[in-house]
Design a protein around this ligand. Structure first.
Ligand code: HH2
Length: 255
């Protein structure tokens, strides 16, 4: 899943793809590099981010989705029902929902849904990063949300631990260690670590644009622990790494 942020303020690529043509071109570049899905978002969810008005968000994502959807599967990264509905109308077939509340929209439209774990909202989440057992609590949350969505009629449900969403560095690392437990839930597992701040901290304060090594290492780790999809900014290098471990190593291609 390639990340396409049509936002002024996303933490790593904010402001780069505000122009529709530039956004579509970047989406197609990620497809050429091997992305199966392009995830279009019009609201930053970085820690402390302020909410974006629904009309503004819809106006940012709809033209980009309409242009990309005939060429690649598109997901919409949103917390708002009005934006999800408009995105589906423009051709999106997966609702990537960091609030884990929009399954009724997905059920009504007959599209897929990603349930991601977060504490509070992006504005407040880092103040709410308290857990007794982060893997157990995230697991229980994802099982409950997936069951609700299935009961409501969603056929394609993804689960995602929400790395960085109301989690400290220790929580993020514990969740990465516990991915096998989450994969064992039985719903396809999506993991997003790409360029996130804990990778910068582990790399001595590297800025968002300089976190490729950690992004790749954690994407490979996630795949080997059972993730069915990784959400990344750097599609080409990740696809190369995925092919290496998926085909060459696992199937003995290189020998
Ligand atoms: N992370 C971000 C946004 N959406 N969706 C899922 N399912 N999983 C994630 O881990 C996830 C997500 C944050 O990254 P990004 O889109 O690059 O930044 P911003 O929220 O600042 O736009």
């Amino acid at each position: 899943m390639g990340v396409l942020n049509v936002t002024p303020d996303s933490f790593s690529d904010g402001g780069r793809y505000l122009d529709v043509d530039a956004a579509v071109a970047h989406g197609l570049r990620m497809v050429a590099e091997g992305a199966d899905i392009v995830d279009v978002g019009g609201e930053s969810t970085r820690p402390g981010a302020a909410p974006v008005d629904g009309d503004v968000e819809r106006g940012c994502v709809v033209p980009v989705i309409a242009a990309l959807a005939p060429q690649v599967r598109v997901s919409v990264d949103t917390r708002k029902a009005v934006v999800a509905e408009a995105a589906i109308g423009a051709g999106a077939t997966l609702v990537n929902d960091v609030s884990a509340t929009l399954w009724p929209v997905a059920a009504a439209a007959g599209v897929g849904w990603v349930a991601m774990h977060m504490r509070g909202t992006p504005e407040t989440m880092q103040r709410e990063a308290h857990y007794d057992d982060v893997v157990g609590e995230v697991r229980a949350f994802l099982i409950a949300r997936a069951a609700e969505a299935r009961e409501a009629g969603v056929d394609e449900v993804w689960i995602d631990p929400g790395i960085g969403f109301g989690k400290t560095r220790a929580h993020n690392l514990a969740l990465l260690r516990g991915l096998g437990t989450l994969a064992a839930i039985g719903e396809p597992l999506l993991v997003g670590t790409s360029r996130k701040s804990f990778l910068g901290e582990l790399a001595g304060g590297a800025p968002a644009d300089d976190r490729l090594e950690g992004s790749l290492a954690t994407a490979v780790w996630s795949m080997t622990q059972g993730a069915a999809m990784v959400r990344v900014h750097d599609v080409g290098p990740t696809v190369q790494a995925a092919r290496l471990i998926g085909e060459d190593v696992a199937l003995g291609e290189a020998s």
